[in-house]
Ligand binder design. Sequence first.
Ligand code: ADP
Ligand code: MG
Length: 750
Amino acid sequence: VPNRDAAVQEGRLNLPVVQEEDRVMETLNSHSVTVLCGETGSGKTTQVPQFLYEAGYSHPDSDFPGWIGVTQPRRVAAVAMAERVGHELNAKDQVSYQIRFEKTTTPSTHIHFMTDGVLLKEVSSDLLLSKYSVMIVDEAHERNLNTDILIGVLSRVLGQAFRDPRVTPLKLIIMSATLRVSDFTENARLFPVPPPVINVQARQFPVTVHFNRRTPRDHVFDAYRKVRKIHARLPAGGILVFMTGQNEIYDLITRLKRKYDPDRMAEVDEGLVNHARVDASVKSDERATTQGATTVLVDETSANKGEGTTQGDEGDDEDEFELSDDDDDQDADLDEDYDPAQRDDFDEVEDEDHTDQPLHVLPLYSLLSTDQQMKVFDAVPEGHRLCVVATNVAETSLTIPGIRYVVDCGKAKEKVYDPATSIQSFVVSWTSKASADQRAGRAGRTGPGHCYRLYSSAVYDQQFQQFSLPEILRMPIDSVVLQLKAMNMDNVINFPFPTPPNRTDLAKAEKLLQPSGCFARSAKREQGRERRRKAARNSTRNAMDVADDDAQRTKDDDDGNRRDGPAVSSRSWTKFCWQARARATRCFLLNLVGAFEYAGGSTKFCQTHLLRPKAMLEIRALRRQLTAMVQNVNPKLHVTMNPRMQPPNETQTILLRQLLLAGFVDQLAIPHPHPPLNDEDRPRHYMYQSMVNDAICSLDMPAPTFDAKSDTLTCHVVPRIGPWFARYLLEGKVFPGWAPLNAVWATQPS
Ligand code: ADP
Ligand code: MG
């Protein structure tokens, strides 16, 4: 029996999930799969593990001695929730977490939080998950790729006879902040017996939604004005601002701190240095449906301002909450390309909106260090108003206490995949209606709230999708197949996806990946490959920091390794191929980046060569980040970043070519000079193709060279890559397409 603090116990009793403890536990006990829906903040993540704990789960002498596992899509949530549950149970050593690079398990661990990525990795080595007696998959409504795959995998683990018969079958709990769960419940392939759905009704105070009259060109500036107005004019209550990424967040908090909290500017500067203002991997975030929140829509364009907004807001004079301007930006064109340097009009905001009350401004986004992110839960300093500027981390993962005002830019950064170029990138676009409603709901946790949407109701009506697609439908399918194969899933076509991708595409992807050797490396070759592993690490490092002095030195030492190429165990190999491919895409730009850095990274260089300085600076920051990551993974390497990138030496060039070949292997075909015209020709054609594929796949040699004059072979690369790239692959010529830049690179004084 937990020995909880009196204050904690009292707080718990108010949570909707706790009020339903009996119903929740009865259902869990009598079903192997349960779906639990409840609004964000209703207590799912913090309370359900405690119910299980109190019911005897995870206790060595019970029928369910295994751990209580909980997955989270985000690192910060895994850490924050583990700490919170440890605190509530008054037993910190019994609640642990594991995220990439970090693990806090102890011999007395009972409840274990982890990211879904960590669990996927664990499943691939222990398909029975024998360590656990119950697994909670949280935030399932986000429909991340990992979460979807995890649910599919877990559905196969449940109640399996192959689990140790002395161990009680694993139980699965799927938790969602929305009621949109039919992909899990009405899916016979996934769960032949439909799992029960428990819907916990949360108390949600009404949130009044205020739309902008016009959609501003620059939502950071607009958010700044809105926050200033709220702070100056409206009653106490925290402000939560949704921005799309780190750059915008830093821009906004810098402006706000300068105005309201100059003493703490140093923290911002520190943050800027630490994170280099690069927004490389803010997790794409799936939209989901909302339910239960009473949302009253008020359009500031309406003739009668405040009409129809009386619901719930006892005592509030609605007009007071109207913050509409007459000076809304006239230009409704949306500028997707955010560049703070282009603007300096922030200080022109009228000072009528000034107040001397300090504002406690905090950033919140996935890449921020966990300590920094946890600051949003600390007590707000006396006399301050809290203002958290967040990405969609704050949409459902974390509930920040005391928020009464939400300022929503309406956009999110999403990973999108372009099948034409095979390139995945992060794009800022409108979020979904469901997501916007989740954001608004954040204002109604502690009392009636207000949500200021920095876009017009017309944009909301006409341009917002109801829901976003599950991530799996927005991904290159071969990447999904690779991920499953990496987990030793043989039958990809029949995998129980919550939302299955097109079967034909799956089959195609599986076939496509076959010749790359991704799944077909013989076991023999995998033995005793330490030397190769070393080579793989080196080549990886070379791709990322091709011309670092340090790297070069180590490279020259290990020259003998270069022929080995990146051969590693088959599982990592699979992963490696995929990563190499992503890197290969970057290598296109390598010459460009190299020339830029070699020239000292000057703006003038950008002007001369028509480059966007901001993009180049971001690439540099990304390079710094990747360097730090490599260093982190393998401290022995001593990788440092030399800002003045030297051109690659011969070894590095070879390694780069191998990476490119590995990465684009599916796009290489080696036909007869003319495509085979008759049946006689065809076998030879395919023989060559498979020969070359084998050669490339083995990567035991430097990139194959083919003499165009000899007999038949030429290299055909799909047109989108271009013939010059084919020549590059075959002849090792360094990017003839970038000749002018090469010249620059070569002639810069050192
Ligand atoms: P859900 O998972 O349903 O969204 P949670 O279990 O995360 O809800 O949160 C339940 C309540 O506990 C929330 O109202 C939140 O305010 C509070 N809470 C959660 N984490 C913390 C924390 N670290 N500090 C203070 N309060 C917290
Ligand atoms: Mg939660």
